[in-house]
Design a protein around this ligand. Sequence first.
Ligand code: DX5
Ligand code: ZN
Length: 224
Amino acid sequence: MKFSPTIAPSILSADFARLGEEVEAVVNAGADWIHFDVMDNHYVPNLTIGPMVCKALRAHGISTPIDVHLMVKPVDRLIDDFIESGASSITFHPEASEHVDRNLQQIRDGGCKAGLVLNPATSLSYLEHVMDKLDIILLMSVNPGFGGQSFIKSTLTKISAVRKLIDDSRCPIRLEVDGGINADNIGDIGLAGADTFVAGSAIFNQSNYKKAIAELRKKLDTDS
Ligand code: DX5
Ligand code: ZN
C-alpha cells in the first residue's frame, strides 16, 4: 500500500529564533507533517532540539502531525518524553537501540506511529522480523547529522527494494526518505516508491515556502 504523497519540511533548516512562526508559515504553505530532527552529540556529531520544544510547538497551537526523528543513543527515555510532549510519530535508528522490538512497541503503546530509520550503509535485514510493528520505514539519503547535504544516489535502489518488501508484506507502512531532497530529484524518489518526503533546505532556504512546497508536489504529479 502506497500512501498519498506527504511533504514533511524539516525544521532543522528553519530560523530557530522564530521557530513558532516558521512552523506556522510552512503549515500555511501546505506542509502535511512537520519533521523534527533530534540530535544528541553522541549518536551524531550535532546537537539540536528536544521534547520541550515539541511541547512548546503544541502549546503554540500547532496541530499538524509532528514526525520526530531520533538521532540519539539510547532512545528509551526520549521515546517516553516525546510521547508525552505531543509527537505524532517517532522513528529511531536500530543501531542506537539495544531492544528494537521493545522500543517499537513502546512507541505504539504511547499512541504514536512507530518507525525505523536506516542510514545509507545500514542493511535492510533490520526490518525482517518487525514488519508488523512498523508504521514507517525511513531511509536516510544522506548520513545523519546535518541539513543541506547532497542526496546519495544509490538510495534509489534501496527505496525500490523497500517498496517491494512493503508491498509483499501487505502491511500499511509508509516509505519515507530524508536528506538532500529537492525539486530536481523528488520525482525520481517518488517513482522509486517513496510516499513521504522530508525536505529541509529545499523549503526553508527559499523565500516563498508555498511556492517551494508546490514545486515539490508538482514534480511528484508529473513524474509519477
Ligand atoms: C539529517 C536530517 C534531515 C535534514 C534534511 O540528519 O535527518 O532531516 O534536516 O535536510 P535537507 O533536506 O537539507 O537535506
Ligand atoms: Zn530527519
